[in-house]
Every structure is written in structure tokens, then in C-alpha cells.
Write a protein that binds this ligand. Structure first.
Ligand code: C2E
Ligand code: CA
Ligand code: CA
Length: 697
């Protein structure tokens, strides 16, 4: 009987244990919520979690004190009760904060566990201090110490368990693990509470006993159920929120993946799988973001451009062009270092950003390696293709401190390499920039000139070497621009070829020249054979033969009065195709001649394949015939060979009587040059004609 009175209330013990376990469970779940949420949600979970856990620990303490025979059922003051509860909340807040940190070192576990243990002990002893026990409360010092030790080690255990559970973040936390952890924790909390309760010594033990043991403890039950209810609700909320969050996380993850794939797609060149301009600029941004100067911050930007790729692509077809680009990319990969970024930034343009060991000498070495490596022949299908490459280099910080400056300057240097003869590399130098600008301006002015009919033709006679009669006339492009002044064909044609403007320009030249010949004829002069220069791009254009036919039809010029001048290299770019086109033109009755002979392949046996009627020997040879034995020998040999192939010969650039005499002696048939006349405007040429053919008009 007495035992029952003196003993603890088993129902309340069980209840307090249940509350402690629920509080621990809530603690672990809430820690995970705080950890995985962000912003306001994180703060709310932290605050709410601290409140609920604090309430749980406090309830365990409260019910524990009610279960004990010594402390049960005594009136309490509100203030110490609130202070006690506050300690519970603060301790929980502290615990939740600690669990959010990255790692749990021994130091953190010791210190954090001590603070938490002391917090819980304070909760308890302040709570017990609120008891009116009818005299000073005294404690059994051993049990008091033991309770603190249990509180501290229990807290450390809680931290440790919490960190272990945290590690299983990726996979879903197993219910079993979290449940058993909560059980261990709950027992520890309850153990601490009961040790502390046992530590209290009351002066008048008997007084409290009967009441406490006989009346069912309503207050303890109410508090237990309210606390468990609140904790369960919050637990459910946290589980539901975790579920939502994991769904969101999964969604975000798949979005991230899709984004990543998309980015990989848009930042790679599909043909070569190399990074594209986008990625290259990102790399430049990253390098520039390092800021500062000094040798380790230096880097170099290479602009690599294949010379005359467009003509290969146009003549051999896109399939070959694509294959060539792939092979070029493969060679470039070998030529640069692993740490360098190689990107394809345009049809035949590549850029390299090299951030390692980028002094001028090693940059030059890389560039030379690129030029040499791409200079070796490419085998594609049955074609052996040779290309050359021009490389421009700009360096940070010497040549610019933003990415656009560096890219433009590398580009400008590349153009200088091209202008200096191609197949080489150049470092950027100040002053080069005007070059690129000039080129861009030229292009835009040229477009305007086409639109505004600002282009004109000049005409230079071809003269019979023996009789001095006019054998024909060559149309030469002229452009006087209000801003740029006189722009020579040698400046116009490369830009026009690169931009494709050569097609409209070429058609205009053809039509204007044919019309001009007819116009002069209509004025009573003899119908002159009109020679028009062709670019390789025109020749390789699908519609070219149709264009020629149409022009002849529109202008009514008889086909045998039209002569087309082509360079050897234009024909040799795609000999098979050229041969076919030339045959069709020849069939129409049009005369074909090889321009600038001697400067290209100079392969007469090759030229036999083509329906050519005339060779024009380049001015660089004829100008030296009287002073340079070798030039004289070459010109003599070319004329002899041309005769044997039944080709006519036109000597270009004859400026002196001596030169003419030489040509006459070796039996060249025609000449062209200042000796007879410069290229003249339409009006001047008409005056020139009038002096020679006095017509009755
Ligand atoms: P080309 O076909 O060899 O034209 C001859 C060039 O030599 C012309 O220069 C002409 O003015 C120049 N010339 C003629 N006789 C003499 C001489 O006795 N002494 C000197 N020093 N020069 C002489 P131009 O007009 O500057 O043309 C340069 C090149 O531009 C042409 O070389 C031709 O390849 C190209 N070109 C000109 N007009 C056209 C065109 O309408 N279409 C195409 N595709 N190319 C053109
Ligand atoms: Ca010509
Ligand atoms: Ca020529």
C-alpha cells in the first residue's frame, strides 16, 4: 500500500516518455526541414520548431515532476514556469541552429552538448524551483550532478544522431533509423528528468504524497495530450512539407538537367562539337573576372581563319566543306594545349584562348604550329585539298582589357596576316584597328554603291601587235566613293568575294559591258570584242551560265563578241566543275582566256583540258622582258607553248616601245598597256574610238 503511494505514477512515466520520444522525433524532422528550406520558410521552421521542441521538452519535465511522489501536484508560480519553458525553447533553437552547420567536430559536439545540457537542466531546476514545497528546496548533490551529466551527454548524443541522420540526406531518411534514434533520445531526456526529480529532497515528504497519488493528474494528462497533439500536427506538417519540397527538388533537378543539356547544345558547334562563340566568351569573361595584372594573369586570344575557304566550299560542295572543317578542327585540337580553349566561331573561323604560359614566344610557337599543321594537304574523298591559314593574336592585358577589344584586335591582326600574303600569323599592333574598321566601312559603302549605281566601268583597249588595230576591249571596275575616294578593284574584289557581293557586282559588270559594246556599235563604231573579268565565286555559282545567257539576250550582243577572263587558280579550285561550265560557255560561242598567266600554277598541260582560246601573260613578266633575262625567257617560252596549243597570247602591261618590240619579235599577237592607252571612262573611250575610226555622225 505504502509502496504504491511512495512509488512513481507509471502512467505518467509512460506518458512523459511518449512526450520525450515525440519531441525527439519532432526535433529530428524539424532539423531536416530547417536545413532544406530557404528564406522565410527556413526562419519559420526554425522558430516554430524551437517552440514545439521546447514545449515537448518542457512537457516531459512537467509530467516527470508530476509522476514523482515528492514533487507532484503542488501549486506553481506562473513566472518560473514561463522562464522554464523559455529555457526549453532557447535550448531547442540553439540545437536546431547547431544541427544546420556543416560538420560536427568533437569541439562543436562537446560545446554544443554542454550548452544544451545546461539549458535543459536550467529548464528543469527553474521549473522545480517554482514548486512550493513549504520550505527551502534542497538537492542530493550526487544525483544533481548525475542529472546534469545525463543532460549534457544526452544532448551530445542528440547532436551526434542528428548529424548521422543528416548524412542520409540523399536517400530518404529511413523511418526505422529516425524512430530508434528518437527512442534513444526520448529515454535520455526522460532519464535526465527523473534523475533530476530524484535529486530533490523535501523536508515534509508525507504531506504531498497522498494527494499526488490518489487524484488522477488531470493537469499532467492535459499538458501531455496538448503537447503530443501539437507535436504530431507539426510533425505531419513537416513530413508533408518535406514531401512537397522533395517533389520540388526533383522538379528543380530535372529542370537543372534539362537546362544543362540545353546549354550544352547551344554552346557547342554541332559540326565539330567544339565550343562555340558563346562558350568562348564565357571563358574570356571568367579570365577577365580574375582581374589584375602580372604574368600569371596574362592570356592570349588567337583568331584562326582559313584562307579562301569560301571558294572551296562553293566549288567542291558543302559536304567537302564540312568534312574539311572537321579535319581542320581535329588538327587544331592537336596543335593547341589541353588547357587552351578552342572554339569554332564562324564558318571557317576558329578562336583559341590560351591562359597558360602565354608569353609572346610561346604564343608565336602555337600560332606557327597551327599554320604549319593546317598547311599540310587534306584528303577528303578523292580530293587532295590544300589550304592556308591566317592567324591573328591579341594578348591580355597589353592589347585590351575587355573581351570585345581582345576579340576585335585578334581579328584585326588576322586580317593583317591575310593582307601580308596569308599563310602566316601576326600579333596585334596598335594601328591595326583602323584596318578592320576600314574594311567594315568599305563593305557598307560598297553596299550603298551597288544600291545607288555608283560603280562604273573603265575600258582598256587590246591592240594587235602587228597592225596596231584595236582587237578588243577589257572592262575594268571603277568606284569613286565620296568618303573613301577612288577605291581600286584590288581592294573591292576581295571584300566583294568575302561578302558575296561579287555576284550582284559581277552581273552588273557583265551587263553594263555588253550593253556598252552594243551602244558604241550603235554609234557607228565596229562591234568590239568585250572582255569581262570573272571571279571564282561567279564561276562556281550555280546560275552563272543562265546569267550569261540572259545578259546576252537582253543586250543582243553576239556571243562571239564576249570574252571572259579567268585566273588559273579560279579554274583549278574545282577543275571538273570549271571544265563543265567552260564547255557550256564555249558552246554558246563565248571566248575564254586565262588572266595573269604565270602567277598561278602555270600548268599548260593542265590547261589543255579547258576550252581556252587565249593566254594573258601577267604584267610582272612583261615589264621585265628588256631588263631581266629570266623574264624574257619565261615570256618567250610561254608564247611558244601557247602557239603549240593554238592559243592566242596577250601581253599585259606593255608600257614601252621596247617591250612591244620584244613581244612582236616573239610573235605575241596582242598587247594591252599604257603604251596604247590606260583604262578610260566610257566617254573617254568613245573619244579614243572616234580618233581612230572617224565616223560619219
Ligand atoms: P587584270 O585583269 O590583270 O587587269 C589589268 C590591270 O592592269 C588593271 O588594273 C589595269 O588598269 C592595269 N594595267 C593595264 N595596263 C597597264 C600598264 O601598262 N601598266 C600598269 N602599271 N597597269 C596596267 P585594275 O583596273 O586596277 O584592275 C586590277 C585587277 O582587278 C584586274 O586585273 C582584275 O583582276 C580585277 N578586276 C578589275 N575589274 C574587275 C571586274 O569587273 N570583275 C572582277 N572579278 N575582277 C576585276
Ligand atoms: Ca583581266
Ligand atoms: Ca591580268
Amino acid at each position: 500500500m505504502t509502496d504504491a503511494y511512495i512509488g512513481y505514477d507509471p502512467t505518467l512515466i509512460a506518458l512523459s516518455l511518449l512526450v520525450a520520444v515525440t519531441a525527439s522525433l519532432a526535433g529530428f524532422y524539424l532539423a531536416a526541414r530547417v536545413r532544406t528550406s530557404q528564406g522565410l520558410a527556413r526562419k519559420l521552421w526554425w522558430a516554430g520548431g524551437s517552440l514545439v521542441m521546447g514545449l515537448g521538452i518542457w512537457s516531459t519535465h512537467f509530467i516527470g515532476t508530476r509522476a514523482a511522489p515528492v514533487t507532484a501536484d503542488l501549486p506553481r508560480d506562473l513566472l518560473p514556469t514561463l522562464v522554464s519553458l523559455t529555457f526549453g525553447v532557447l535550448t531547442s533553437a540553439f540545437a536546431l541552429a547547431i544541427v544546420q552547420t556543416r560538420m560536427l567536430g568533437a569541439c562543436k559536439m562537446l560545446l554544443g552538448g554542454s550548452v544544451m545540457g545546461v539549458g535543459i537542466a536550467l529548464l528543469h531546476y527553474v521549473g522545480i524551483g517554482a514548486l512550493h514545497v513549504g520550505g527551502a528546496t534542497s538537492y542530493d548533490p550526487l544525483l544533481f550532478m548525475l542529472s546534469i551529466v545525463i543532460a549534457v551527454s544526452g544532448s551530445m548524443g542528440a547532436l551526434w544522431l542528428s548529424f548521422r541522420l543528416k548524412l542520409e540526406k540523399g536517400s530518404r531518411i529511413s523511418l526505422w533509423k529516425i524512430g530508434s534514434s528518437a527512442l534513444v533520445m526520448g529515454v535520455a531526456i526522460a532519464g535526465m528528468v527523473y534523475t533530476a526529480v530524484a535529486a530533490v529532497e523535501l523536508p515534509q515528504q508525507g504531506a504531498a504524497l497522498q494527494i499526488g497519488a490518489t487524484v488522477p493528474d488531470r493537469l499532467a494528462f492535459t499538458i501531455a495530450f496538448v503537447a503530443i497533439g501539437i507535436m504530431l500536427i507539426v510533425l505531419m506538417l513537416s513530413v508533408y512539407d518535406a514531401h512537397l519540397a522533395s517533389n520540388n527538388a526533383r522538379l528543380a533537378a530535372s529542370l537543372r538537367k534539362a537546362n544543362y543539356e540545353l546549354k550544352a547544345l547551344v554552346s557547342r558547334d554541332p559540326l565539330t562539337r567544339l565550343p562555340n562563340r558563346l562558350l568562348l566568351e564565357e571563358r574570356l569573361d571568367a579570365l577577365l573576372a580574375r582581374g589584375g595584372r602580372g604574368p600569371e594573369k596574362e592570356f592570349a586570344v588567337f583568331f584562326v581563319d582559313l584562307d579562301r575557304f569560301k571558294t572551296i566550299n562553293d566549288s567542291l560542295g558543302h559536304h567537302i566543306g564540312d568534312e574539311l572543317i572537321q579535319q581542320v578542327a581535329a588538327r587544331l585540337k592537336v596543335a593547341v594545349r589541353n588547357s587552351d580553349m578552342l572554339a569554332r566561331v564562324g564558318g571557317d573561323e576558329f578562336m583559341i584562348v590560351s591562359a597558360e604560359n602565354t608569353d609572346k614566344a610561346s604564343s608565336a610557337m602555337i600560332a606557327q604550329r597551327i599554320v604549319s599543321s593546317l598547311g599540310k594537304a587534306f584528303q577528303i574523298d578523292d580530293n587532295l585539298i590544300r589550304i592556308t591559314t591566317s592567324v591573328g593574336i591579341s594578348r591580355y592585358p597589353a592589347d585590351g582589357d575587355d573581351k570585345h577589344a581582345l576579340m576585335i584586335h585578334a581579328d584585326a591582326a588576322m586580317y593583317f596576316a591575310k593582307d601580308a600574303g596569308r599563310n602566316m600569323f601576326k600579333f596585334f599592333e596598335s594601328g591595326m584597328i583602323s584596318m578592320t574598321e576600314k574594311r567594315a566601312r568599305l563593305e557598307s559603302r560598297l553596299r550603298d554603291a551597288i544600291d545607288n549605281d555608283a560603280l562604273t566601268l573603265a575600258y582598256q583597249p587590246k591592240v594587235n601587235v602587228i597592225t596596231g588595230e584595236i582587237a578588243g576591249v577589257e572592262a575594268l571596275l571603277r568606284w569613286h566613293d565620296a568618303e573613301l575616294g577612288q577605291v581600286t578593284p584590288d581592294e573591292i574584289i576581295p571584300v566583294a568575294e568575302e561578302t558575296g557581293l561579287i555576284l550582284p557586282i559581277g552581273e552588273w559588270v557583265l551587263k553594263t559591258a555588253c550593253q556598252q559594246s552594243m551602244d558604241w556599235h550603235a554609234q557607228g563604231y565596229p562591234l568590239l570584242k568585250m572582255a569581262v573579268n570573272l571571279s571564282a565565286i561567279q564561276l562556281n555559282n550555280r546560275n552563272f551560265v543562265e546569267v550569261v545567257k540572259r545578259v546576252l539576250k537582253e543586250t543582243q550582243l553576239p556571243p562571239h563578241c564576249l570574252e571572259l577572263e579567268l585566273t588559273e587558280s579560279a579554274i583549278m579550285q574545282n577543275p571538273d566543275r570549271a571544265s563543265m561550265i567552260l564547255r557550256r560557255l564555249r558552246k554558246l560561242g563565248i571566248a575564254l582566256s586565262i588572266d595573269d598567266f604565270g602567277t598561278g600554277y602555270s600548268n599548260l598541260s593542265q590547261l589543255k583540258r579547258f576550252p581556252i582560246s587565249c593566254l594573258k601573260i601577267d604584267r610582272s613578266f612583261t615589264s621585265g622582258v628588256n631588263s631581266d633575262i629570266q623574264d624574257a625567257a619565261i615570256v618567250k617560252a610561254v608564247v611558244a607553248l601557247a602557239h603549240s596549243l593554238n592559243l592566242e597570247v596577250v601581253a599585259e602591261g606593255i608600257e614601252t616601245q621596247e617591250q612591244l618590240a620584244f613581244i612582236r619579235e616573239i610573235k605575241g599577237q596582242q598587247y594591252q598597256g599604257y603604251l596604247c592607252s590606260k583604262a578610260l571612262s566610257s566617254e573617254d573611250f568613245q573619244a579614243f574610238l572616234k580618233a581612230r575610226f572617224p565616223v560619219n555622225v
